[in-house]
Structure formats: C-alpha cells, structure tokens
Design a binder for this molecule. Structure first.
Ligand code: GDP
Length: 460
C-alpha cells in the first residue's frame, strides 16, 4: 500500500498483538474523533467520554442492540499526548480469535477503518512526535534478533541518531553561513577567499565515525558469519554438528559429500551467528561439486571468522598450508581446529600454524569444543564489548545517506583547497545538508516516507 493511503485521515484501528488465542489482545485506535467513536460502542459511554488522558476505564463493549461483545479495559490518550499525537484509545480485550473478529466488526460499524502497515507511526511522524530515525528504530526494536541489537535499537529510539545528526547539521550550517558571507564579499570583489575549515573537518570526522559503526550494527542485527573450512574429511560436518549440538549436516567419510554448504543460526554471547559448513577444498570431479566449492569460496570470503579444520590424524599437508597462507594474505580472521585428537597416533597440535592460533579438538567426541567456542566468541565480541552504550546505526537507508553526505563534504573540502569557486562549495554543502535532513525526515518526499513505512506491519 502506498504512502498516500497512509496519509489519509480518519479514525483507524488495528490489532497490536499477534492474532491468536492468548490471555489478552490489544487493539489500537487513533483519530481526531476516536474517543467519542469508541464510547459509542460501550455500555457506559459516559465513562470513556469524560475520562482524562492517561487513565484506564473498565467497561463492556456491546453490539448496537446491547448484546455483550467483551468485557474490556480502555486506556485513554488525549491529543497531543499520545503515540500518534491524536486522540487514541487502546482496548485490552480477551485474546480469542472470534472475539477479536466481533470487536473489529463493531469498530468498523462505529466508523473506524483498518489501519495500514506503519500508519500509527506515520501519524506520529507527521504530527512531529518522532523523527524518521526514531521511526526506523521502532522497526529495528521489534525485529531485533539479539539482546545487543535490542539495546542499540532502544538507544536509537531514544533519539541518539537524531541528536548526532542535528549536531553535525548545526556545525555545517555555521560553516555554510561563513561560506555565504564570503560569497557576498566575493561579489563585492574584495579578493581572497577564506573560510574556517574546522567545522567542515569536524562534520566529516563525525560522519565517518557513524559510517564506521554500520558493520557492527548490522552484525548485531543480522549476525556474524562463521565459516568452517578445510579439506574434505577434516571433520567440518562433524564440528558443525558439535557446535549445533544437533544432527543437521550429513556426516560422511565419502569425499565431497558436502557439495554445497549448510547454514545454521546460533547465538554466541548475544551476537547472532550464521554458521556455514562449506564444501571441502578439493579438486572437484563433477560440475555440481565444482559449483559447491565455488559457492563455499564466497562464503569464506564474506565470513567474519573462519574455523580452518586440519585432520590431526594426518597433520596438515602442503595444500592446507597453502590455503592458510592465502587466508592470511587476504587478511581473514582464522582459528585452526586441529581435529581428531582422539585418534591414536594423532600428532600433537602446535600452538600456531601460519601465524594462526591452533586449538586441539575432537569433533566426534566433543572434546575441546567449549574452548573453541570461547575463542570464537572472544573474537566476535572483541570489537563490540568496548562501546555498548555507544551509538550504532544499522539502517541501510541511513548508511547510504551518510555516505552521500560524506562524499559531498569531501568534494567541498577538495574544492576549498583547490580554490574552486565558492558557490560550488556551497552546492556540495547543500547536498550534504539535504542527505542529513533525509535521515531525520526534515527533508522528505513521499518516496522516502513510503520506503520507510512500507516495512512496518499493521498495528505499528
Ligand atoms: P568433512 O568432509 O570435513 O565435512 O568431514 P566429516 O565431518 O564428514 O568427517 C569425515 C570423517 O572423519 C567421518 O568419518 C567422521 O566420523 C570422522 N571424524 C570427524 N571428526 C572426527 C574426530 O574428532 N575424531 C575421529 N576419530 N573421527 C572424526
């Protein structure tokens, strides 16, 4: 549904809790005449009509003929002190599917229409209750996959992004003012151009800092990637299962059984981790296997960390060392798991291989797995433990706008240093200000709003 639909006024209603059998169902309503309209469906309408904002009323919701629909509590919010900024009533009913159906039929009779996805938050934005970055944080909060993602989304909901962007914009506006003055002087041909670049540098630095938090923010929201690599038969599938503590991968001693890759999701100290069991590094004998090995290579490429398995019964061969050397050259984070330590005659694991830490394990007998897990957790969390309170962004939209602002300001700076005409500098700064304004929604178009709110589900 398009933005225009969401901008229509009138009274709206939506179920704010999942539809299903439950103790309570919460129905959210909002609109200029909302309190009066809901009152019309109550056994004692006067109770709600005369209720002050931020109070709760207990009454019976009834059909037009007076038949009881449900015994409900009603939370009253009077404009502008409500989520949407309009009059609003939240109805706490019993969580029965037929009951919820009846309530909605009654609400529609009373003049409400079904709210569209994101319509409540959209109204909140239009009525100035929150900026776009906070609206996005609501979505991020609800969809948070880990405790940390949840904490960071709360931080953003508190206006952390908005405040930071305002601070950056303020310093740019000041800088812009000094450019404008210079432009005026220029017109009077007073000669040399001079502007204090301090504010420009600060803005650039602050934007770069925010951009730098994106990957971490995404990792919290969408997870780190952990790839199990190594030659066929090293024990990747066995370790995959050991880490999962359940049998999901096909474990076999036939070469090349793991043709593609398997993926599983686990949580490591609050960070969601996507675990991949990749195809063995081995010369493929058929096309399907070749394709599998190619895809595995991509998985390793994009991994936050690689666990490289070595068959400890045989020790690493030339190919293993070459692979490890390559991973090192490419700058991957790697831990070597020296597997099959339970085998008699298994060689002693060295401390390091090609500069990577080596840990002895037995995937089959579940030995050393805890230590490996600890090591992985430490690596994945190392960068994150430092600034739990700090601001992270995880919206791709915000990231792209920050990039736009950053490149515009970089242009502006280069122009200043290259003595390019000041009005070009002013244009770049305008562009940066525009991009920052889009983050908070101060500069917005229907398209932008549509993109933001289309991701919301009904009731938000
Ligand atoms: P992959 O090809 O790397 O996925 O290796 P698999 O997990 O399929 O294991 C290959 C063979 O090695 C299987 O027969 C496993 O049972 C065996 N294996 C895996 N891990 C261990 C281990 O820790 N100890 C022993 N003794 N055998 C193992």
């Amino acid at each position: 549904m398009s933005f225009e639909g969401r901008l229509e006024s009138g009274a709206i209603a939506a179920l704010a809790t999942p539809l299903g059998q439950s103790a309570l169902a919460v129905i959210r309503t909002s609109g200029p005449n909302c309190i009066e309209m809901v009152s019309g469906g109550l056994k004692k309408p006067q109770l709600l009509r005369s209720a002050a904002g931020h109070t709760v009323v207990h009454s019976a919701l009834v059909e037009a003929n007076g038949d009881l629909i449900d015994d409900v509590l009603l939370a009253v919010f009077r404009a502008p002190r409500s989520y949407t900024g309009e009059d609003s009533v939240e109805i706490y009913a019993h969580g029965s599917i037929p009951g919820i159906d009846r309530i909605f039929s009654r609400l529609f009779q009373l003049g409400f229409r079904q709210a569209l996805g994101g319509e409540f938050t959209m109204r909140a934005f239009v009525n100035g209750k929150l900026d776009l970055s906070r609206a996005e944080a609501i979505q991020e909060l609800v969809s948070a996959q880990s405790r940390e993602a949840h904490i960071h989304a709360l931080h953003r909901l508190g206006g952390a992004v908005e405040r930071r962007i305002h601070a950056i914009r303020d310093s740019l506006v000041t800088f812009m003012a000094s450019v404008a003055i210079q432009l005026d002087y220029d017109e009077m041909e007073t000669g040399e151009v001079r502007c204090d670049q301090g504010q420009l540098d600060t803005a650039l630095r602050d934007i770069a800092e925010l951009l730098g938090t994106y990957e971490k923010g995404r990792r919290y929201q969408f997870g780190a990637r952990l790839a199990l690599a190594g030659k066929t038969n090293a024990g990747k599938s066995s370790l995959f299962n050991a880490l999962l503590k359940e049998e999901r991968a096909i474990v076999s001693d036939v070469h090349g059984t793991t043709r593609d890759y398997l993926e599983a999701r686990i949580i490591v100290r609050g960070v969601p981790v996507r675990l991949y069991d990749t195809a063995g590094f081995r010369t493929a004998t058929d096309d399907i296997e070749r394709e599998g090995i190619k895809r595995s290579g991509n998985i390793v490429e994009a991994a936050t960390m690689v666990v490289y398995l070595v068959d400890g019964g045989k020790g690493p061969d030339e190919e293993d060392l070459q692979r490890l050397g390559l991973l090192k050259k490419e700058g991957h984070a790697v831990v070597v798991a020296w597997n099959k330590t339970d085998l008699e005659g298994s060689s002693q694991a060295p401390d390091y291989l090609e500069g990577f830490k080596v840990l002895g394990i037995s995937a089959l007998q579940y030995r050393g797995i805890d230590r490996l897990f600890e090591f992985i957790a430490e690596h994945i969390n190392a960068a994150q433990s430092a600034g739990d309170e700090s601001l992270l962004i995880d919206s791709q939209r915000q990231f792209e706008l920050l990039e736009r602002a950053h490149s515009a300001l970089t242009e502006a700076k280069a122009s200043l240093q290259g003595n390019v005409a000041l009005d070009m500098v002013a244009l770049d700064i305008q562009d940066a200000l525009g991009a920052l304004g889009e983050i908070t929604g101060e500069v917005s178009s229907e398209e932008i709003l549509d993109a933001v709110f289309s991701g919301f589900c009904v009731g938000k």
